[in-house]
Design a binder for this molecule. Structure first.
Ligand code: SF4
Length: 198
């Protein structure tokens, strides 16, 4: 780990892996050398970058916003939550000053992990900028569609529980139990390290 990683041990983007199987998160974070950069990961980064180029030329209509300022690849940190990350885009709405995180995604399947990620970005922006963040957007690159996510109490609580558990795994370097749904193991790149799954 780098120095910065010790102060902020959990990356927001790891929420998706953690939600899939907490052991995948463990392998990636506590034993990072076991995982090469896969084509899928590389393609995801490339798609995000080219989407920024398009987004800069687009209006904010997809988000139902008339005017606002856009920032891209915004670094976020929270010592309180032990989290670090980078928001694909942050919109500051003209007139109201509302701050809205936007996360691009390659998949058409939204799912709760993506919502948790938006909630965490929202809470980190609140902490860093001293504003209330009540919503965010998931932008589906294949469909060019923005889905609004309300950052409400239930989602916040769930996101905080997830982050707490991720921090515990990192701090104790303790391998979690295998995933309950063993179908997931069939296609898992870490399968050879999990001797206790079929
Ligand atoms: S093989 Fe199964 S338990 Fe092991 S990391 Fe993969 S999904 Fe998780």
């Amino acid at each position: 780990m780098l120095d910065d990683d010790w102060a902020y041990p959990v990356r927001v983007s790891d929420l998706k892996q953690w939600a899939y199987c907490s052991r995948v998160f463990y392998y990636q974070t506590c034993l990072p050398d076991v995982r090469p950069t896969t084509y899928k990961m590389y393609a995801g980064r490339e798609a995000g970058q080219s989407e920024i180029g398009r987004e800069e030329r687009r209006s904010l209509r997809a988000y139902g916003i008339v005017a606002g300022e856009r920032e891209f690849d915004v670094p976020v940190r929270s010592a309180r939550l032990g989290l670090r990350g980078e928001v694909d885009m942050v919109i500051t709405v003209a007139g109201t000053g509302e701050v809205i995180p936007v996360d691009y995604k390659l998949t058409r399947i939204a799912g709760e992990p993506f919502q948790l990620q938006i909630a965490v970005y929202g809470m980190m922006l609140e902490e860093m900028r001293g504003v209330a963040v009540t919503r965010g957007f998931l932008y589906e690159i294949p469909l060019r569609r923005a889905e609004e996510i309300k950052i409400e109490k239930r989602l916040r609580a769930k996101a905080l529980r997830a982050v707490e558990e991720m921090r515990r795994i990192v701090e104790r370097e303790e391998m979690p139990m295998p995933v309950k749904n063993r179908h997931k193991c069939m296609a898992c790149e870490f399968r050879r390290f999990c001797n206790d799954v079929v």
